[in-house]
Design a protein around this ligand. Structure first.
Ligand SMILES: [Zn+2]
Length: 247
C-alpha cells in the first residue's frame, strides 16, 4: 500500500496537483491510524480536487464538483461508462458520512484502492508535460551527423546555488499549462516551458514554434562532439509572472 501511495504521490506532484496529493496523504495516514471514516472522506476530497483540476486543464473551465465531471463527460473526455463509474464512486464515498460509515479495514482498504483507481482515470486525461527536448523536436534541425540533444544532455545552472546541472536531474512539475524545471537542490525555478500566447514580452524567452523557453541562466545544447554547444542566453524576464489575468 505504501508503494502505491508513493507512486501516486509522484504522479500528482509532477502534474502540479498538490491539493489532491495532500488529501491522498491524509487518507493514507488516517488509514494507518485505522480511522476508516476519515480516510474515506479524504479520498473523496482528493478526487474532487483532482477532477476539478483535470477539467480546468483540459477544458479551461472553472466548474467544480459534479458540474466539472459532467462537463468532462459532455465533452467526451470521460466516456459514458467511465463517467458513470466516477459518479457512482463519488456517491458511495460521499454516502459514508457519520451514519452509514465504513466499518472495517477491508471495506476501507477496498474503497481506498477503488479511489486510487478513479484517480488514475483522471490522471489519464491530462496531457504529458512538455519537456525542453520535446520543444526542440520539430522546431530545430540537427546538423548532418548529429542529433538534437535530450534533457539529459542539455545543461544550465541555478542562480541561487550555482549548481551546473543537466535538465534531467531538475525536478519538473506542471503549473497550469507550463512546465517548470526546479533546481536539483530545490532552490528555485531554473527553466520554464510555456506557450507564447500567455504573453509576448520582450526578453521573456526564446520562442520555438508553439513554445517559449524561459531560462534563468544560460542554457547549453550540446549538438556534436568537438563543437561548442548551442547557447540559449538567459532571458532577462525569464521567471516573471504575467501581471494581467493570471490566476
Ligand atoms: Zn539551486
Amino acid at each position: 500500500m505504501d508503494k502505491i501511495f508513493e507512486i501516486l504521490h509522484a504522479r500528482l506532484k509532477t502534474q502540479g496537483l498538490h491539493e489532491s496529493d495532500l488529501h491522498f496523504s491524509h487518507a493514507h495516514s488516517a488509514f494507518d491510524r485505522s480511522e476508516w471514516e476519515s480516510a474515506n472522506a479524504q479520498i473523496r476530497t482528493a478526487l474532487e480536487s483532482l477532477f476539478d483540476n483535470v477539467a480546468k486543464l483540459t477544458l479551461d473551465t472553472n466548474k467544480t464538483g459534479g458540474a466539472a465531471r459532467k462537463q468532462l463527460q459532455d465533452d467526451g473526455l470521460l466516456r459514458p461508462r467511465e463517467a458513470k463509474l466516477v459518479m457512482e464512486f463519488m456517491s458511495v464515498a460521499g454516502g459514508a458520512g457519520s451514519h452509514a460509515g465504513v466499518s472495517n479495514a477491508d471495506e476501507s482498504y477496498g474503497r481506498m484502492l477503488a479511489g486510487i483507481g478513479i484517480a488514475y482515470m483522471g490522471l489519464a486525461l491530462i496531457p504529458e508535460l512538455i519537456r525542453v527536448e520535446d520543444v526542440l523536436i520539430g522546431n530545430l534541425t540537427a546538423p548532418e551527423g548529429a542529433s538534437l540533444p535530450t534533457d539529459i544532455e542539455m545543461f544550465t545552472s541555478c542562480p541561487t546555488c550555482h549548481l551546473k546541472q543537466s535538465l534531467s536531474v531538475a525536478s519538473i512539475t506542471r503549473d497550469n499549462k507550463d512546465t517548470i524545471y526546479i533546481c536539483k537542490n530545490g532552490c528555485q525555478t531554473i527553466v520554464v516551458v510555456s506557450s507564447p500566447e500567455e504573453s509576448a514580452w520582450s526578453g521573456r524567452g526564446y520562442r520555438l514554434g508553439n513554445y517559449v523557453l524561459r531560462n534563468a541562466q544560460d542554457l547549453f545544447l550540446p549538438i556534436k562532439e568537438g563543437v561548442p554547444p548551442v547557447l540559449i542566453p538567459a532571458s532577462k524576464a525569464a521567471l516573471m509572472k504575467s501581471t494581467v489575468g493570471s490566476s
